[in-house]
Design a protein around this ligand. Structure first.
Ligand code: C2O
Ligand code: CU
Ligand code: CU
Length: 496
């Protein structure tokens, strides 16, 4: 089983892995949104608009996100009820730079409680938008923070305990891009919507009337859809006008693991993972992304060609089936782009001290961590500010993944073997094949708050909703023993 786990990730490493041609041959039977069909790739992929902030005299950038209900025509002429931020499905892209002070007014117009979490953003616990931070119907929540982290592709989504499955599936998700002076100066494609594109990939089940089927959302270990949306577009294509293009790929599915590459097997360069740029580009022909993971890739095109971005199925229930994600059509004339620089990020790899604290987490069934369900009034772990620790996470029966709020982490090994090069970079979410064990070097931040927890959990949304989630607080070093491990019942923080 150790070997199997390693091979799964080695396959993801493509050219960088063991080199065995064990991946499925390109061109075998594909999923429904596939090449061939009469409407194959008929729809221009929607690019979420960049949301302009209002900047006040103190320089604070204020964004407004309204969670609302709307209608979306996934199938032409068949509008379906969906949810989105500032629109009917998904949300706009927010963008800020290191050092910026930002505020987001989150307005809830969906008619039921929700929360909004900044996945990958390093913020004080009160601003994090976990399950405690309920936004009641018609209320507004206005978290604010200073961006103090390197450039990264982060995202936002609801986190209400027990309903994250539905809220994300119906369309509440969007990207939040962070820049820093270093990333701005790099010769990488970085013009949003021109040579730098967000790709939010999701699997769905569509009814014949065009509505999103929720029938199996709750009743199986893994919800798996057979239709793929990219940025909310079914059967999408993307026209590009530059020789090199950067794709920021986010797996915003409920459960599905994608193994993403090009139908012709071409190599590309991974330049960023969840929590920032890689130190150097990693050349691969395939990457695996489980729910909530991100990768930034740069791929080169020849004038006039078309190529399909595809996910190839594996053997786990969670990644069954091949799917065409997107057809990319290069213009007959392409703007020249520079080669990807040899050096990218400058963030040093996360190192842990020799005597680092080691904590263990066992993911059991579809709802337990270390034998317990999530409890909103229980603090599971107390971590001193600025700690660097080793977290060992083990998946028992099924594949899972593991996400920790607030932190940056580095995957040390998976079943004892180092992961692919690109997977060793700064991340916040990691995939665990069934019956595998990963060791993570975790860097915690400096925002202390003994009464407001951050979450750690499986990001397979049904598992999270069922209780495969725990809570930790970050406290002043030396005060760990004094921290109450129980929160007052009904501790939900101020509404609105
Ligand atoms: Cu993407 Cu706890 O979240
Ligand atoms: Cu998160
Ligand atoms: Cu899980």
């Amino acid at each position: 089983m150790r070997r199997r786990a390693f091979l799964l990730l080695a396959a993801a490493a493509g050219t960088q892995g063991c080199g065995s041609p064990s991946r499925p041959a390109a061109g075998r039977a594909t999923g429904r949104p596939s090449d061939g069909g009469a409407s194959g790739f008929a729809n221009p992929v929607r690019i979420p608009p960049l949301l302009e902030p209002v900047v006040d005299s103190a320089g604070v950038k204020t964004f407004t996100l309204t969670a609302q209900r709307g209608r979306t025509e996934f199938l032409p002429g068949k509008p379906a009820p969906t949810w989105g931020f500032n629109g009917p499905y998904l949300g706009p892209t927010l963008r800020a730079s290191r050092g910026d002070r930002v505020r987001v007014n989150v307005v809830n117009r969906i008619g039921e409680d929700t929360t909004v979490h900044w996945h990958g953003m390093r913020v004080p616990a009160l601003m994090d938008g976990g399950p405690q931070r309920i936004i009641a119907p018609d209320a507004t929540w206005s978290p604010h923070w200073t961006v103090e982290q390197p450039a990264a592709t982060t995202w936002y989504h609801p986190h209400p305990h027990g309903y994250t499955v539905q809220h994300v599936y119906r369309g509440l998700a969007g990207m939040f891009l962070l820049d820093d002076p270093r990333s701005q100066a790099l010769d990488l494609p970085r013009t949003y919507g021109v040579d730098d594109f967000p790709l939010i990939v999701q699997d769905k089940v569509l009814n014949d009337d065009g509505t999103l089927s929720e029938k199996r959302l709750d009743d199986s270990v893994f919800f798996l859809g057979d239709r793929i949306l990219v940025n909310g577009t079914l059967d999408p294509h993307l026209k590009v006008g530059s020789q090199r293009v950067r794709l920021r790929i986010l797996n915003a599915s409920n459960s599905r693991l994608f193994h993403i590459g090009f139908a012709d097997g071409r190599a590309f360069q991974v330049v960023g993972a969840d929590a920032g740029l890689l130190p150097a580009p990693a050349q691969v022909d395939r990457i695996s992304l489980s729910p909530a993971e991100r990768a930034e890739i740069v791929v080169a095109f020849s004038p006039g060609e078309s190529v399909i971005l595809r996910s190839s199925g594996g053997r786990d229930p969670i990644d069954k089936g091949d799917f065409d994600l997107l057809k990319i059509i290069a213009a007959d004339r392409l703007r020249p782009s520079s080669e990807v620089p040899d050096h990218l990020g400058t963030t040093p790899p996360i190192e842990v001290p020799a005597d680092a604290r080691v904590r263990g987490f066992r993911l059991d069934g579809d709802d337990e961590i270390n034998g317990r369900d999530y409890a909103m009034d229980r603090i599971d772990e107390v971590v001193p500010a600025g700690a660097r620790e080793i977290w060992e996470v083990e998946a028992r029966d099924h594949a899972h993944n593991f996400h920790i709020h607030e932190v940056a982490l580095r995957v040390l090994d998976i079943d004892g073997s180092p992961p692919p090069q690109w997977y060793r970079s700064q991340k916040d979410t990691v995939f665990l094949p069934a019956k595998s064990k990963v060791r993570l070097a975790v860097e915690f931040g400096h925002f202390t708050d003994p009464r407001t927890p951050y979450m750690f959990h499986c990001h397979i949304l049904r598992h999270e909703d069922r209780g495969m989630m725990g809570q930790f607080v970050i406290v002043e070093p030396g005060t760990e023993a004094e921290v109450p491990r129980t929160l007052p019942t009904g501790h939900a923080g101020p509404h609105g």
